[in-house]
Design a protein around this ligand. Structure first.
Ligand code: NDP
Length: 246
């Protein structure tokens, strides 16, 4: 069975990815930061699908936690997939009104953390390092191309940086048995929008989406499952937009 690590794999889009990969027969290591109840609930749901799964509390912006996370995965078997899904925004405001600390935290979780995770993933999976290959999926955002003026230019910039990681690293490790791909979701109905204090945001923005609605976490999970499958074996170093046309 493939063994896949999903960061932020216990809530929202990450939990949907975990469930979809479990359906496809992946054993799972799910990383989360703080929400033990969500971790326990998601773990129960994926285990009910018959796969081996563990949830590890780890802040992916910390290099020591990333090291501990990969050590936990190595205990379970040979890692063959990593989904860089953990990400966050902390408020919606023009850059000049965004606290410096928030800018730094946003870059840390959306860009530095996926770089640390991707680095560890290459060391674990690359044929050049004794591994047997695998797939890295980076969860980007439609914000990377829109730039998100007035809302979160710093978050958009971090996600654009992540797209460059997908492109550059994908080319760097193409001859090492590793594919690196991205999925850029559009507006998806998760807690990401409500935790910033704007509970109506998704309903307000949905009519602006060309397909006329917000997306579901399961629709992102479907794209991830396909990109991780052998059916997508000729796809690398590129990001797929799943954004209702936005
Ligand atoms: P949620 O806020 O619903 O879930 C975020 C998940 O990431 C949680 O499991 C959380 O853990 C985890 N997480 C956050 N920070 C850390 C950290 N430092 N270390 C470890 N885990 C962490 O977000 P979504 O599901 O909406 O977003 C998932 C991804 O999709 C993100 O990368 C986001 O940027 C991207 N995205 C989302 C869109 C949307 O409209 N929802 C649109 C475009 C992109 P815990 O619960 O324990 O805190």
């Amino acid at each position: 069975m493939p063994l896949t690590l999903v960061t932020g794999g216990t809530r929202g889009i990450g939990a949907a990815i975990a469930l979809r990969l479990a359906e496809a027969g992946h054993d799972l290591v799910l990383a989360y930061r703080s929400d033990d109840a969500a971790a326990a609930a998601t773990l129960e749901r994926v285990r009910a699908l018959g796969v081996d799964a563990e949830a590890v509390r780890a802040d992916v912006t910390r290099a020591d936690d990333v090291e501990r996370l990969f050590a936990a995965a190595a205990q379970r078997g040979r890692l063959s997939g990593v989904v860089n899904n953990a990400g966050a925004t902390y408020e919606f405001a023009p850059l000049a009104q965004t606290p410096v600390e928030s800018v730094e935290r946003t870059i840390a979780v959306n860009l530095t953390a996926p770089l640390l995770i991707a680095r560890a993933a290459v060391l674990a999976m690359s044929t050049a390092h004794g591994g047997q290959g695998g797939v890295i999926v980076n969860i980007s955002s439609g914000a990377a191309t829109i730039g998100s003026p007035g809302e979160y230019v710093h978050y958009a910039a971090a996600k654009a940086g992540l797209d460059t990681v997908t492109r550059g690293l994908g080319l760097e490790v193409a001859d090492q048995g590793i594919r690196v791909v991205g999925v850029a979701p559009g507006l998806i109905d998760t807690d990401l929008h409500t935790t910033t204090g704007d509970p109506e945001r998704v309903a307000r923005m949905a009519p602006q989406i060309p397909l006329g609605r917000a997306g579901e976490p399961a629709e992102i999970a479907e794209a991830v499952a396909w990109l991780m499958s052998e059916a997508a074996g000729y796809v690398t170093a590129t990001t797929l937009r799943v954004a209702g046309g936005r």
